[in-house]
Design a protein around this ligand. Structure first.
Ligand code: NAP
Length: 243
């Protein structure tokens, strides 16, 4: 398969890039900051199937340029894998000194960023066989979750942005329905990544473990689609989540 993955510098994005490469796929890897990207470690290992380029999902021109790079190599994609995201402030509640500019940055990166990538890469996806949009969402974007970590009266920007990811995915699924396309919204569980600025050692899974689960899901995504639908919201272990 041919995949475009965003945010492949670190964490889950980097781990997924390596996992899909190991399985013989071609990975078009968008890196936010190539100087510090851990994909540098893979340089030379997959000379024909790893194609790297800078990608800032908040910038129209960056996304457009990145897709132009992909087009120099292929005329189709099987999967758009939206992974890039930032957390923003997770402490402040409604009466605190909220940073609305930062919230807009979080929303732009996480929700609008996914849409921007889908917009520019959609013609390639429509020319592919699989036509799967796989969005790394979060249980935090669920309206009905009862998970304690996702029912706080704070984390406005991140929670709202992930609900936006889900709604964006739902609208794209409607567009893709008569074209044979699908959307999978995946909560990648709690990972020991550096999203909070330092490694979250209390978390349950290493990103490499979750990358294996997500590559498995990508290979069998029709099994996770409810009858008659072309979209679902699940966790990386395939468990159904509440919208
Ligand atoms: N960690 C968890 O427990 C958890 C739980 C639920 C959902 N998630 C989701 O899982 C995904 C991966 O998160 P992670 O834990 O692996 O975090 P991470 O290590 O911080 O990875 C995020 C990636 O996105 C990149 N990025 C940031 N801003 C970007 C931009 N404007 N354009 C393009 N790329 C950008 C980062 O690049 P730099 O590193 O160079 O800044 C990094 O490579 C995210 O969608 C996150 O919301 C994570």
């Amino acid at each position: 398969m041919k995949l475009l993955i965003t945010g492949t510098d670190h964490g889950l994005g980097r781990a997924m890039a390596e996992e899909f490469l190991k399985r013989g796929n071609t990975v078009y890897a968008g890196e936010y900051c190539q100087a510090t990207s851990l994909l540098n470690e893979l340089e030379g290992k997959y000379p024909d199937t790893l194609i790297r380029f800078p990608l800032d999902v908040t910038s129209d021109s960056s996304v457009r340029d990145a897709v132009e790079v992909v087009k120099q190599h292929t005329d189709s994609l099987d999967i758009i894998l939206n992974n890039a995201a930032i957390l923003g402030d997770i402490e402040k509640s409604i009466l605190d000194d909220l940073d609305f500019d930062e919230m807009v940055r979080v929303f732009d990166t996480n929700a609008v960023g996914d849409l921007r990538v889908c917009h520019y890469a959609m013609p390639l996806l429509l020319s592919g066989k699989t036509k799967l949009v796989l969005d790394i969402s979060s249980e935090a974007g669920s309206m009905r979750t009862t998970h304690p970590g996702c029912t706080e009266h704070r984390c406005f920007a991140y929670f709202m942005s992930k609900a936006g990811v889900n709604m964006g995915g739902k609208i794209i699924a409607t567009f893709l329905k008569d074209k044979g396309g699908h959307v999978l919204l995946v909560h990648p569980l709690w990972m020991k990544t550096f999203m909070r600025g330092e490694q979250d050692t209390a978390a349950t899974f290493y990103p490499e473990e979750v990358a294996v689960m997500i590559a498995d899901l990508a290979e069998s995504y029709p099994d996770y689609m409810p009858e008659g639908e072309n979209i679902n919201f699940i966790d990386a272990q395939g468990n159904q989540l509440l919208w």
